[in-house]
Design a protein around this ligand. Structure first.
Ligand SMILES: NC(=O)c1ccc[n+]([C@@H]2O[C@H](COP(=O)([O-])OP(=O)(O)OC[C@H]3O[C@@H](n4cnc5c(N)ncnc54)[C@H](OP(=O)(O)O)[C@@H]3O)[C@@H](O)[C@H]2O)c1
Length: 248
């Protein structure tokens, strides 16, 4: 229970990777604030799952791309459990659109939910962590690296690239009190995979050296590792079954 007494806020944790991270942090003893934008019942189900497993959690609904809702989210978290010591910026959305059809609104939506949300939550958390310390972990993506951006989701890819740069710069800015790291997952089997054809899955597996997808529970272990490793800051872990190695 190395995270006992810590308060963790995991944005976008009503399902998928965020849900698994919330459960994993709670299993290590952290009191966890579960968050999402649209469906409180989904978030409350995660809270109940954590409580049944012997942990402590509460749900707060907020759109983390909206500044005043971020303020309210942190205020509620502090009232419920105390100052946030572990922030996991995980909320993210992929929106597909051919480049020629993209609009300024599309680019703003992509940047707001996948990048600005992390900036807003990190700034609010950093203020609370000043003097007492803390750790911030961002959920990036393989799409944010070099030539791995994906056609059709350019807004998402660009936002994750910005997130990588932000992670390393913020790590410098906030050291030594606050550590800032990121996980850049490859193909994690969350709900979007249910909408993908078997043929598409086969094509993906062909370009993944380890020939496998990653489970949300597996990737959550990488977040826990970053939360618990006191000498890591400015690190972006490619957790991708080898995808970014390329296959020549
Ligand atoms: N799955 C993968 O293969 C993969 C790979 C690389 C990176 N990632 C990253 O991992 C993160 C989670 O992905 P996932 O596959 O687990 O997605 P998911 O299953 O769709 O879950 C996304 C979560 O974020 C919440 N959310 C979305 N917009 C929000 C907002 N503005 N404010 C608050 N909550 C919001 C969603 O709840 P509501 O819909 O109710 O708001 C949901 O809880 C994302 O940042 C994604 O880019 C995923």
């Amino acid at each position: 229970m190395t995270l006992s007494g810590q308060v963790a806020l995991v944005t976008g944790s009503s399902r998928g990777i965020g849900r698994a991270v919330a459960a994993a942090l709670a299993a290590r003893g952290a009191r966890v604030v579960v968050n999402s934008r649209t469906d409180p019942a989904e978030g409350e189900a995660v809270v109940q799952e954590i409580i049944r497993a012997g942990g402590d959690a509460a749900y707060v609904r907020a759109d983390v791309a909206v500044e005043d809702q971020v303020e309210t989210l942190f205020d509620r978290a502090e009232t419920l459990f105390g100052p946030v010591g572990i922030l996991v910026n995980n909320a993210g959305v992929t929106e597909s659109m051919p480049f020629a059809e993209t609009t300024a609104d599309y680019w703003q939506r992509s940047m707001n939910v996948n990048f600005l949300s992390t900036v807003l939550c990190s700034r609010r958390a950093a203020a609370a962590m000043a003097g007492r310390g803390g750790t911030i972990i961002n959920t990036s993506s393989i799409r944010g690296f070099d030539a791995n951006g994906r056609e059709g989701i350019m807004g998402y890819s660009a936002a994750k690239a910005a997130l990588n740069n932000f992670t390393r710069t913020l790590a410098k800015e906030l050291a030594p009190q606050v550590r800032v790291n990121a996980v850049a997952p490859g193909f994690v089997a969350t709900s979007y995979m249910d909408r993908v054809s078997e043929e598409q899955k086969r094509q993906w597996l062909d370009v993944i050296p380890l020939r496998r997808f990653i489970t949300a529970e597996e990737i959550a272990g990488v977040f826990v590792f970053l939360a618990e490793t006191p000498f890591l800051t400015g690190t972006i872990i490619n957790a991708d079954a080898g995808f970014t190695l390329g296959r020549g």
